[in-house]
Design a protein around this ligand. Structure first.
Ligand SMILES: Nc1ncnc2c1ncn2[C@@H]1O[C@H](COP(=O)(O)OP(=O)(O)OP(=O)(O)O)[C@@H](O)[C@H]1O
Ligand SMILES: [Mg+2]
Length: 582
């Protein structure tokens, strides 16, 4: 019930639809009372011999007409109420999706993607059911019960009605009891289903690794176990389900027994007519569905409220990076500066960056190098304000990043992340992802600059080649180059490349970097890399180690310093020579 109250914002918004739908429901429940009365009347007419052919024809005509009218009204309320529930489902889905897109990486680190999917695929439909079937059942069973009982008491006999209702408390008890059992077992079954989901998701996305390590059989076996568990739990739900209906049927049977026995006695003592008895039994029949419906309603509402709770919890999650109250929305320059910047990932014990300082003027290039895990990607992500940062320590365009609106920052900085992501669309659509309005020539030019030209000419459909499952499988280097084209197309004032040339060969890397220098003259560029040749031309190179800047300077200065950089550079040159590329 609370769920319905919590959803009242929705019912208020669509109150006309609900008001009309519920009104029609009421009309149906009212009309349903008519046929038993007509039939009872006819029985009485047969008994006292007053039934005429034309009278019978009229009754049949009324019943037929009633059937048609009810047919139309039933369609209308279904359309209105179920349609409303579907609108709710869409509204919630849209809100969830918008919410998820606002969340920062730390949120996705905390929440399993399988669980997030489950909210969208299980919980939202459960809430939809609460607003559709739930509202319908609640209103309908209430109306039907009250109306039918009133007619039975007023038009037939209150003592008979009361007697027939004696088994009903038992019905209520059985419904509540089975309902609780069902709920508990259903919860366990859902849990097992979640586990099953997660297993499938991981196996499918990791199938290559699975097969590479010859773990298919183990995985199949593990899946069988999870699947077995899910089956057992679902069977235990069905067992209760299977017990429920026969129990209810027996209890209702008792009602009929009393109605018939006591009713016959009343007919013999002429307290009611035979027609009344027939009508009474038909009315009793009308009460069966609302009784079932109550049990079912409890079920729907319980599921709906559990689901709604999960959804609200998700909506309550605030992004840990949000716009400040009065954000700076326009950046006039593209300098980048860090003033003894220290950074800690949310929840991490030790800082991932310590005391990092540098000044990058407009149009300059910064190189970030260092062994793996030294903090290169972290510095890039901090610059994009993907995580909360210390105040007044990281500046873009002279403004502390925490004071810049997120959209302004993202417009200012084009970013090629280390883990690139392509979508199952065409190559052109992937490249134009950040600028859907780009012309074909612009897209082609950007891909050209990223050295994808030759690859494209070998694909069957060129720019229109599909990427991913439905199209070509791209190499790591091709994916990286498309990601670079995507960033180049943004033509942003600041470009951040996080180790995004690792999978292309040295010669290709060189020509991409040359294009970058030509194309982006006067614009700021930040390059994180393992291969030192990628940062050779930078105005400033930072060597990171465990989050600290251990060496800094231009290529020549660092070579003269003869530290980690110089040693690493010589080694890489040697490797290149040995590999025959130098
Ligand atoms: N999301 C995260 N949450 C917590 N700690 C993280 C997170 N990402 C990275 N780290 C930690 O921060 C440190 C720096 O990682 P980072 O990814 O910045 O290194 P990197 O220099 O880019 O390494 P690589 O060359 O392998 O890309 C590492 O100790 C890593 O474990
Ligand atoms: Mg990295």
């Amino acid at each position: 019930m609370r769920t319905l109250l919590q959803l009242s914002w929705f019912f208020r918004k669509y109150w006309k639809r609900y008001a009309v739908g519920i009104f029609f429901l009421f009309v149906i429940d009212l009309l349903m009372l008519w046929p038993p009365h007509l039939i009872g009347q006819t029985v009485d007419q047969i008994r006292n011999g007053s039934l005429t052919p034309s009278g019978l024809a009229r009754t049949v005509a009324i019943l037929l007409g009633l059937g048609l009218v009810m047919y139309a009204i039933r369609f209308l309320w279904r359309y209105l109420l179920y349609g409303g529930a579907l609108i709710l489902e869409r509204t919630l889905r849209d809100r969830l999706f918008a919410h998820l897109t606002r969340m920062t990486p730390s949120f996705y680190q905390r929440r399993r993607s399988g669980d997030l999917m489950a909210v969208a695929t299980n919980d939202i439909p459960a809430i939809q059911m609460t607003a559709g079937d739930g509202v319908l059942t609640l209103v309908d069973s209430l109306f039907a019960t009250l109306l039918t009982l009133s007619v039975m008491i007023v038009a037939i006999d209150w003592k008979l009605t009361l007697a027939a209702l004696v088994p009903m408390p038992l019905l209520a008890w059985a419904t509540a009891y089975y309902g609780r059992l069902l709920h508990e077992r259903f919860y366990l079954a859902q849990e097992a289903f979640g586990e099953l989901n997660d297993h499938v998701q991981q196996s499918v996305s990791g199938v290559r690794v699975l097969r590479a390590f010859v773990q298919e059989e183990e995985d199949v076996e593990a899946f069988r176990r999870v699947s077995e568990k899910t089956l057992e739990r679902n069977v235990s739900v069905s067992r209760i389900d299977a017990l429920f209906e026969p129990t209810i049927a027996v209890i209702i049977g008792f009602s009929f027994l009393i109605g018939l026995g006591y009713g016959t006695y009343l007919v013999f003592t002429s307290a009611i007519s035979l027609g009344d008895l027939v009508a009474f039994n038909l009315y009793l029949g009308l009460l069966i569905w609302p009784m079932f419906a109550f049990g079912w309603l409890m079920n729907i509402l319980q599921r709906g409220s559990a689901s709604h709770k999960r959804l609200l919890e998700l909506f309550d999650e605030q992004p840990d990076v949000a716009d400040p109250p009065q954000p700076v929305t326009r950046l006039t320059s593209s300098t980048v500066e860090a003033r003894s910047f220290t950074f800690r990932y949310p929840g991490a014990e030790t800082p991932a960056l310590r005391d990092v300082s540098f000044v990058l003027k407009e149009g300059e290039t910064l190189g970030i190098v260092g062994r793996t895990g030294s903090g290169k990607s972290t510095l890039c992500r901090a610059l994009l304000h993907q995580y909360p940062v210390e105040r007044e320590s990281l500046f873009v365009g002279g403004v502390p990043v925490e004071r810049i609106s997120l959209s302004a920052l993202r417009e200012k900085i084009a970013y090629v992340p280390q883990e690139h992501l392509l979508f199952s669309r065409t190559i052109a659509a992937n490249a134009a992802f950040g600028r859907p309005d780009a012309t074909r020539d612009e897209v082609a030019h950007a891909l050209e600059l990223a050295e994808m030209g030759r690859d494209l000419s070998q694909f069957p459909a060129g720019l229109e080649t599909m990427v991913g499952e439905k199209g070509v499988t791209l190499s790591g280097g091709q994916k990286q180059r498309i990601s670079i084209a995507r960033a180049l197309l943004m033509n942003a004032d600041i470009l951040v490349l996080d180790d995004c040339l690792s999978a292309v060969d040295a010669r290709t890397e060189e020509s991409i970097l040359r294009h970058l220098r030509e194309e982006r003259a006067g614009k700021t560029t930040i390059i994180a890399a393992h291969r030192l040749s990628a940062v050779q031309h930078a105005h400033l190179i930072l060597v990171l180690d465990e989050g600290r800047v251990v060496e800094r300077g231009t290529h020549d200065e660092l070579m003269a310093l003869d530290g980690w950089y110089a040693e690493q550079y010589r080694r890489q040159q040697m490797e290149r020579y040995v590999a025959g590329q130098g």
